[in-house]
Write a protein that binds this ligand. Structure first.
Ligand code: ZN
Length: 149
């Protein structure tokens, strides 16, 4: 018997694979008003995040790098979530996602969309670093930018 939980898991798997195979916003944003690069030694994932800012908002954000399907899919989903946000809004959104991945706040809430697919990663603590790599990278990019402003 196929349970509802198993069906949901399969759907989430599909979302992750779709973003991995057809990454959104992959490459380099130009001009890069913000840039950061981080590495997850546990898995060998590498992510670079670049963003173009306009009128105080993230007009474009792209990721580049390589690694496992979770790290790349999470980066792809993240770029879709950050476009159009101001830096404080982006920082808040990132912070909330990182708290969810640490289990500090319940998973879910507004603006989740494809991000829901990453909930399953919580069951595999060793993979959490894969899912949060892009987000930590974007966060450090925003913080560096904040210091310069
Ligand atoms: Zn990984």
């Amino acid at each position: 018997m196929v349970t509802y939980g198993a069906m949901l898991e399969e759907l989430y798997q599909e979302i992750i694979l779709d973003h991995y195979r057809r990454p959104r916003n992959k490459g380099q944003a130009a001009p890069a008003d913000m840039q950061a690069k981080e590495y997850n030694p546990l898995c060998g994932d590498e992510i670079e995040v670049t963003a173009t800012l306009r009128d105080g908002k993230i007009a474009d954000v792209k990721f580049d790098g390589h690694g496992c399907s979770i790290s790349q899919a999470s980066a792809s989903i993240m770029t879709q979530k950050l476009i159009g946000k101001t830096l404080p809004e982006a920082e808040e959104f990132i912070d909330r996602f990182l708290k969810m991945m640490r289990g500090d706040v319940p998973f879910g809430g507004k603006e989740m969309g494809d991000l829901k697919a990453l909930e399953g990663v919580l069951k595999f603590p060793v993979r959490v670093k894969c899912a949060t790599l892009a987000w930590n990278t974007a966060q450090s990019g925003i913080r560096q930018k904040g210091k310069k402003l």
